[in-house]
Design a protein around this ligand. Structure first.
Ligand code: F6P
Length: 521
């Protein structure tokens, strides 16, 4: 087990110039205080489920989107509209299908949209996650495009739009839509209530034109997204891919310099806003007594010895995360450096997700089989190199595990951002730890203190892990300090405030336009 418990200062991040929750709140109040805020996503931030003892419990799902957006929702205190997916969700809502959350200290309203099992299957599992998900990620899993799935996707997008329109009640509102499940919503809203300001953030990569063209409904997808006033991507290259697609695949006027697209008199501003987390929160959790206690529990649960070197991996079970490549690299690492035999301990924590999709079920079996195979090959006495845990653990336990690791590995084959990398850095209130990070994540553009690696190269991945494990403490701390400053400065409130500033521009432009048209009339 590796951990140097140098006491941290919670106030460390106060030395930085980052935007705070309060500043974002003030900015929102000053710019849009007169408008209701409607956040929209497929995934709901709180899921209510029946327990065996007859009680109902509320849980937060394992979702980067939820982690990132919840502080934003709390800061703005509006309404979050999302699919009600829990088996006790209907028991907890009021007559408007809404419930105030978080349950222990409500700060915003969650309005649930009900979908049938068949709709979830075709709109969420099929079109969104077997079609758009592999289309957007270069992970070499062929996307599935079926006309019926697209029809159901359209219908569900229409349903979400109707709920939003009902919430806005014909008045102006600021609507902030999330992700690839809801690409047709803003167009429907625009036609029904032009007073709405619509913003959409695309959390996953946007593919290049050649790849996008394989999607039979690419033009409708782009057209749908052009209903937004502002469209945000994680990186400049994804924003440019979108502008290029709008230029070549639909009839629209694209201004590459101003990063905007005009279609039938409506303009969409296209920008890049790398998403982040609430650094101060993760930092404080990392330094808490609860985490301290949980670290001790992990040490006994994992049977960690003081001289062991711990590598931690933590994510949703997904083929985009490069999990098989990571396992092969661990095998290779033990060949490269036999002195690690008995000393290396890899803990891979996975949250199972999208389990109804066959590609995910197959991947789970492959991961389990390969782990068994590697463990058999290297087993020595009671020691096995890999402990695979496919289970949902509390936030405290996850942070504690991140705190224990000498090294955290994020080997995604492609990832819009990857917030686990940022969570690791923010949790390391002790200032120690190394990060091996795939070049193909959005985070790699910011976390330059990490050891950046091509996850397709098992050799390079193994060598980077070796370097991360054996790196002198001085270098580890220097790199970590740099990464922590980066995440503290570019936190979720900074992300929110960049978007809000651009929405302000959009609003001013719209107001100007309506003044001019009134004059002309
Ligand atoms: O952006 C992709 C994303 O929606 C993330 O926000 C989230 O971490 C992940 O996929 C979870 O997906 P799902 O909502 O399908 O569980």
């Amino acid at each position: 087990m590796q951990s140097t418990n140098v006491p941290m200062s919670i106030g460390e991040s106060n030395n930085t110039n980052h935007c705070t929750r309060q500043q974002l709140q003030e900015l929102l109040q000053n710019s849009f205080g007169d408008l209701p805020m409607l956040l929209v996503s497929n995934r709901e931030p709180w899921i209510h489920s029946h327990c065996d003892n007859g009680w109902i419990e509320a849980n937060r799902p394992a979702s980067g989107l939820v982690t990132a957006l919840e502080p934003f929702a709390e800061a703005t205190g509006g309404t979050w509209i999302a699919h009600g997916s829990g088996n006790a969700d209907r028991c907890t809502v009021d007559e408007k299908d809404a419930v105030n959350v978080p349950p222990d200290m409500p700060q915003y309203r969650l309005r649930r949209v009900w979908l049938s099992k068949a709709e979830v299957e075709d709109y969420y599992s099929n079109l969104s996650n077997r079609g758009l998900w592999p289309l957007c990620h270069v992970a070499f899993v062929a996307p599935l495009f079926e006309h019926h799935h697209w029809q159901v996707y359209r219908e569900v997008n229409q349903r979400f739009a109707e709920v939003i329109l009902e919430e806005a009640a014909g008045k102006p509102a600021l609507v902030f839509i999330q992700d690839y499940h809801l690409s047709l919503v803003s167009r429907i809203l625009r036609e029904a209530n032009p007073n709405l300001i619509t913003v959409q953030f695309w959390h996953v990569p946007w593919p290049n034109r050649e790849v996008l063209r394989t999607f039979p409904y690419a033009d409708e997808l782009i057209h749908g997204l052009l209903g937004n006033d502002l469209l945000g991507f994680q990186s400049k290259s994804h924003a440019h891919n979108f502008l290029d697609a709008a230029d070549r695949l639909v009839e629209a006027r694209v201004d590459l310099e101003q990063e905007q697209v005009s279609q039938n008199g409506h303009r969409t501003l296209v920008g890049s806003y790398p998403i982040s987390i609430d650094f101060d929160y993760w930092n404080e959790v990392g330094a808490s007594d609860e985490v301290d206690l949980s670290m001790k529990q992990w040490i006994s649960e994992l049977n960690l010895e003081t001289d062991q070197l711990l590598i931690v991996g933590m994510e949703r079970l997904d083929y985009t995360k490069g999990l098989m490549q990571r396992l092969h690299a661990i095998d290779r690492l033990l060949q490269l450096d036999p002195s690690l035999k008995g000393r290396l301990q890899v803990v891979q924590l996975l949250v199972s997700s999208r389990g109804t999709i066959s590609e995910y079920r197959i991947l789970r079996q492959e991961i389990e089989a390969l782990t068994r195979q590697i463990n058999r090959r290297w087993a020595d006495g009671g020691w096995r190199p890999i402990q695979l845990k496919i289970e949902d653990r509390s936030l405290i336990d996850r942070v504690a595990l991140l705190r224990l690791g000498r090294c955290c590995v994020v080997s995604s084959l492609h990832d819009g951002m990857n917030l686990v990398a940022k969570e690791f850095v923010a949790s390391r209130s002790d200032g120690d730890g190394t990060l091996v990070l795939s070049r193909f994540t959005g985070s790699a553009q910011e976390l330059t203190g990490a050891l950046l690696v091509n996850p397709y190269s098992v050799e390079a991945l193994a060598q980077s892990m070796q370097r991360a494990l054996l790196m002198p403490e001085r270098e580890r701390r220097m790199r970590m300090t740099q990464m922590r400053k980066q995440v503290a400065d570019q936190n979720i409130y900074q992300w929110g405030s960049s978007i809000v500033s651009d929405i302000q521009r959009v609003r001013q432009r719209k107001a100007l336009k309506s003044d001019v048209s009134t004059l002309t009339v």
